[in-house]
Ligand binder design. Structure first.
Ligand SMILES: [Fe+2]
Length: 135
């Protein structure tokens, strides 16, 4: 029950952030959402953290793998990945605990899916990161 509640909560957060990010203005513009969603092009105050926080997206045979190249320790780790489809559907999410070595998660796309996909990664110290790819 608890994990289902976490999944739903995380899914709602991911979908909400995705809706916000669709209107994410270019870096330096007046209405920037820096401080909420960080991307490769808009890393805000975490400009030196892109390589270790932006989730990579790999797609192969309908399977999507997200990986965040971030150290995992009890004090500093990646909490969660989420994969969201272009229409806001949450295709999957994975919660991590600091006792693992790598923040990697995999998801199956719906059969024949074509469109954008969004991968999110949430660090306990360096906030919420978003990357996208097109399938
Ligand atoms: Fe971090």
């Amino acid at each position: 029950m608890n994990s289902r509640r976490e999944f739903i909560k995380g899914s709602v957060v991911a979908a909400s952030v995705l809706a916000l990010s669709r209107t994410l203005p270019a870096e330096g513009s007046e209405n920037s959402l820096s401080g909420i969603v960080y991307t490769k092009d808009n890393p805000g105050k975490w400009g030196k953290k892109v390589g270790s926080h932006l989730p990579s997206i790999t797609v192969e045979n309908g399977k999507v793998t997200l990986e965040t190249k971030h150290p995992m320790s009890e004090k500093h780790y990646i909490i969660r990945h989420t994969l969201v489809l272009e229409d806001g559907t949450v295709a999957g999410a994975k919660t991590f605990y600091p006792d693992i070595k790598k923040a990697v998660s995999s998801y199956e796309l719906p059969a024949g899916y074509k469109g954008k996909i969004y991968g999110t990664s949430f660090c306990n110290l360096h906030d919420f990161w978003l990357n996208e790819a097109t399938v």
